[in-house]
Every structure is written in structure tokens, then in C-alpha cells.
Write a protein that binds this ligand. Structure first.
Ligand code: SR1
Ligand code: MG
Length: 419
């Protein structure tokens, strides 16, 4: 693969036009004449340039890695993240064809990746902020996580195949370093990348950083993230990595893909729904986000178990885990026990994702919908206290009901705006 010194050049909208025009399989997707194509830059994430191209026959999305973080040019970075995103899509697409996008093209010189355009879809975070999020999208993401992780795990493949994939994705060290630092390390120490505007949060941050149970739990989670390669993870499954219409859901942006504990993907998605819940003007036990968290987990759990119980037996007996006598009433008891360990891990990663999205480098937009400073501070406090208590008491949570209880115990009522 190239370095920035080679033929690599960053493209702009006109560069995209010329680039696509030279690639018949992509140009045919747009149809018509290159001069008539509409090309828009729609870069939104922290890392890359993204363009949408449309022609009479259809649309394409093109993503190019930059030699630095897009939102901070002084933060230099190798280009290989689009290679790992292309590799992730190629690995999981067959298992989730309706829940993600196909990799149509990857250029190892220009680090450009192309998939179909989802111009008619809305980013799930935006839909949640507008109150228009399709409830069913959470169940779809549950299916996505179950299928992509099950089919890349030791439950569905020989260890030789899994180890080969682990070797490939283990090279995604730049983005793994970002996750280890930004999600699982920095928020727990004083670090220049951390920031928060609400001084009201500072005392809670100090509490989190000095609580020995929290520190030990975060150490366990970081260690598990790096040393328990159960399945191929998306690695950054927040609500900005999901595009939805009322009936269709697609998971995008798999550039952080790496082998790790399945609970990591589960926990990150849950966390972002909890962040959205915390940012609501009114929080009720019937809130859309609560229903979405339930749908997500139920869909993940039942699909994972179904795949495990129904996938035709591989002739290699080493692939059979927790097989039980199917005539026994408890034939899936050990499998369910394993899924309970995913639940426990998910609660831990959920908490760390919430914390880093409030006090770490990359915050979420959800709270900005509240406008008023006091309200924002109160709700960020709610989310931080919930996450802290989830790290402390999560091990005794047996079901989502227990988790919601912890959340509701930590709601800070809005203070009057004293301006
Ligand atoms: C420097 S990258 C910061 C964050 O943006 C990405 O989307 C990931 O969430 C990462 O942690
Ligand atoms: Mg992303």
C-alpha cells in the first residue's frame, strides 16, 4: 500500500468526477455523462472526506482517508483505515446484505472506498434528535450485530479461518489505538484531549477518576477489549454509524473493525441510545429510546441464539461449543450463559462510551438540542452518574430492567434557568 509520498492525492468534488469517469464499473452506476453528475462533499465524521455522486442511473458514496484526522490536521495518521473498512465490508457483507452496503471499489493507492449512496436515508442520531427515529431500526441493528459477530466467530468457523482474520484485522492498529486511548484510557486520567464546557461536571469527573471500583472495572474492560478476540467487531457502532429510513437500516463506517469482545459493539450502540435518552426534554419509562434499547437487545440475543442453534453442524467437531442433548429442556442453557457474559461486557462498554462522549475528545451532538446551559449540564450529569453506577453495579444487573432502574435512579431534575 502507498504512503502519502507516492501517487496518493486528496480529491475534491471535481477530482471525484474525474476519478469516477475513469472507472467504467462505477461510472455505469451513475449513468449519463460525467459533466451532468451531481457531486457533493458531505464529510461529517472526524476522520475522512466523504462525497456523494449522483447520475441518471443511481448514486455512489466515495470516502477518502486523509493523512491526518479530518477535524484536526495536526493529528497525523496513516491512510490504511479505508483498507480496513473495505476488508470489513467484504468479510461481513454476505451475512448482512440488507443491513449494510456492499464494497463496490477500493483503491489501495488513493485510499478511496466506494459504496452505494444512501442519500435517501437519515443518520440515526439526527433522526433521534428530530424525534423521527424509526423504532424498528434498533431491532435491525441487533440483527446486524448478531449476524456479523456470530459468522466471524469461532462458533461458525474453524480456528484457522478465525486466526487468519484476526491476523488481518490486528493490523488496524491506528484506529485500535484511538479506541484504546479515547474510549478506554484518556477519560480516566487528566489528558489534554479531554474537555467539557460545563464546570458542573468537574466534581463527578473527579469522583469517577478516584473511585477504585470504577478504575478496576475500566482496566478489566480495556484488557478484555485487547485480549478477547471473540468476533470481528464494527468497532465504532454509534448512532452516527447507522443510516435509516422508516423501513430500511444500514450500518456504515466499519473502519475501526477489529477482533474483540462481542459486548463492545452491543455496548456502544446501547450507550448512544442512552445518551439520546438522557438528552430528551422529558424522560419516561415509555420513551422511544427505552423501547429501542429493548428491541435492540432482544433482537441481538434471539438472533445470535437462533444462529447458534440452527446453523448446520460443521463436520469439524472442534467448532461445536456448548452442545447439549437437544431432548433436554435446558439444551441451550450454556449458550444462554455465554450470551449473559456478552450482556455483562456490553454494560461495561456502554458505560465507558457514555463517559467518553461527555468528557473525552469526541462528544455527541444529542445534548445540543436542549439549548439551555443548565439543562445540558443536568442531563450530562445524569448520563455520567448513570455510567459511573453502571461500572460499579453493572455486574449485578441481570436484565435490562435492572439497567433502566440504575438509569432512572440517577436522573437529575432540571434546575431553573437562572439567567
Ligand atoms: C480522532 S477520531 C475520534 C472518534 O471519531 C470516530 O468516529 C471514533 O468514534 C473516534 O473515537
Ligand atoms: Mg465513523
Amino acid at each position: 500500500m502507498s504512503t502519502p509520498q507516492s501517487a496518493y492525492r486528496t480529491v475534491d468534488a471535481e477530482g471525484v468526477r474525474a476519478y469516477v469517469a475513469k472507472l467504467p464499473h462505477l461510472a455505469a452506476r451513475l449513468g449519463g455523462n460525467p459533466a451532468d453528475w451531481t457531486i457533493r462533499e458531505v464529510s461529517d465524521g472526524n476522520l475522512n472526506m466523504v462525497f456523494l455522486a449522483h447520475g441518471p442511473n443511481g448514486g455512489l458514496c466515495l470516502k477518502q482517508a486523509l493523512p491526518h484526522v479530518r477535524v484536526d490536521p495536526s493529528w497525523k495518521m496513516p491512510l490504511d483505515r479505508t483498507f480496513f473498512e473495505a476488508s470489513y465490508l467484504r468479510e461481513v457483507f454476505d451475512y448482512v446484505p440488507d443491513l449494510t452496503t456492499e464494497c463496490l471499489h477500493f483503491d489501495p493507492e488513493q485510499f478511496i472506498l466506494s459504496v452505494e449512496s444512501l442519500a435517501g436515508h437519515t443518520v440515526l442520531r439526527t433522526a433521534l434528535m428530530n424525534g423521527t427515529a424509526p423504532e424498528q431500526s434498533a431491532a435491525h441493528v441487533g440483527l446486524f450485530v448478531a449476524r456479523s459477530t456470530f459468522h466471524t466467530s469461532l462458533f461458525a468457523n474453524s480456528f484457522e479461518k478465525v486466526i487468519d482474520q484476526r491476523i488481518l484485522f490486528a493490523r488496524n492498529q491506528t484506529l485500535t489505538r484511538i479506541t484504546v486511548d479515547l474510549v478506554l484510557t484518556d477519560p480516566y486520567i487528566p489528558h489534554p484531549r479531554n474537555h467539557w464546557a460545563e464546570t458542573e461536571l468537574t466534581a463527578i469527573v473527579a469522583d469517577i477518576r478516584t473511585n477504585q471500583i470504577v478504575k478496576t472495572r475500566v482496566d478489566e474492560l480495556r484488557l478484555k477489549f485487547l485480549s478477547n478476540p471473540q468476533a470481528l467487531l464494527h468497532g465504532d457502532l454509534h448512532t452516527g454509524s447507522v443510516m435509516a429510513t422508516q423501513s430500511d437500516t444500514r450500518v456504515i463506517d466499519g473502519e475501526f473493525a477489529t477482533y474483540g469482545p462481542i459486548g463492545f459493539d452491543v455496548g456502544l450502540f446501547m450507550a448512544n441510545l442512552f445518551l439520546s435518552l438522557a438528552a430528551q426534554e422529558t424522560i419516561k419509562k415509555t420513551s422511544l429510546q427505552i423501547r429501542m434499547i429493548e428491541k435492540f437487545w432482544i433482537s441481538f440475543e434471539s438472533e445470535f441464539l437462533k444462529l447458534w442453534m440452527t446453523t448446520p453442524k460443521n463436520p469439524d467437531p472442534s467448532i461445536h461449543y456448548y452442545e447439549e442433548d437437544s431432548s433436554s429442556k435446558n439444551s441451550s442453557a450454556n449458550k444462554k450463559k455465554f450470551i449473559q457474559t456478552i450482556f455483562q461486557d456490553a454494560l461495561g462498554y456502554c458505560a465507558t462510551e457514555i463517559i467518553r462522549r461527555i468528557i473525552g475528545y469526541a462528544h455527541v451532538a444529542d445534548f445540543s438540542a436542549l439549548k439551555d446551559h443548565n439543562k445540558i449540564a443536568d442531563r450530562k450529569k445524569t448520563a455520567l452518574l448513570f455510567a459511573k453506577n453502571l461500572l460499579i453495579h453493572g455486574n449485578s444487573a441481570k436484565s435490562l430492567g435492572d439497567v433502566f432502574e440504575i438509569f432512572f435512579q440517577n436522573i437529575i431534575p432540571f434546575k431553573e434557568n437562572n439567567l
